[in-house]
Design a protein. Structure first.
Length: 231
């Protein structure tokens, strides 16, 4: 049963999202893939459908993430715990949003393989990887007080980080052109900077904006303020 479940989920990625006739823009492709994936994989509570067998859901998600991030177990563990008091939120709705976003991240990575424009394909792939790596760091989001950011700056960065791990793929479908490219650069830089960093995730996010957009810390905070309010 477990093997059949995983095979069925894998086939769905190749069958459901790319069935639309005619040429689609990247935004349309992402939106369609996101919609069909959510409808196929998740129930109204944000749980995977047809999850037969012990830990089938967790094992499938880990398997799906292996091509995106080396930290797949931590990513899935974080998604399953997000919204709990352990993360300092205690809101079950947040877990549902994170789980939906996690499915969308995997879907976006698969969609990038079908995008014919190399630059756009890289943007989507980098974004999926960046969002996955943010999910892998989110258990550290409130682990300590920031030594680099003021209390207000850190609060803004945390809210922007939280928005990305819950709704990041929606941002990809709502942003277009230069805006989406800018967001993709931030996410790609987050992957790069977080690889060998002991900083808080909020600090890495601010650094990612500063370096990818070549702006000051103050300007980076303003960008993150807009990001947290954008959806």
């Amino acid at each position: 049963m477990k093997k059949a479940f995983i095979i069925g989920m894998t086939l769905a990625f190749s069958a459901t999202a790319f069935a639309a006739p005619g040429k689609m823009t990247t935004t349309e492709r992402l939106a369609k893939f996101d919609k069909t994936s959510q409808e196929y994989f998740l129930d109204s509570s944000g749980n995977l459908k047809n999850a037969s067998g012990k830990n089938a859901e967790k094992k499938y998600l880990e398997q799906s993430l292996r091509d995106i991030s080396k930290n797949e177990t931590q990513i899935v563990d974080n998604a399953l715990k997000y919204g709990t008091k352990e993360f300092g939120f205690g809101d079950p709705k947040m877990k549902s949003e994170v789980m939906k976003n996690l499915v969308s991240i995997v879907a976006a990575k698969k969609a990038s393989e079908k995008i014919t424009d190399p630059a756009e394909a890289k943007e989507v792939s980098d974004s999926a990887s960046g969002l996955a790596n943010m999910l892998g760091k989110m258990h550290l989001l409130k682990a300590a007080e920031s030594r680099e950011l003021t209390k207000e700056q850190n609060s803004i960065a945390i809210e922007a980080f939280d928005k990305s791990v819950r709704l990041g793929t929606q941002i990809l479908t709502q942003f277009q052109g230069a805006e989406r490219s800018s967001y993709a650069r931030v996410l790609a830089k987050f992957t790069e900077l977080s690889a060998n960093s002991n900083k808080l995730p909020s600090e890495i996010l601010v650094d990612s904006v500063m370096e990818s957009q070549k702006v000051s810390r103050e300007k980076a905070i303003e960008i993150l303020r807009k990001l947290k309010d954008c959806v």
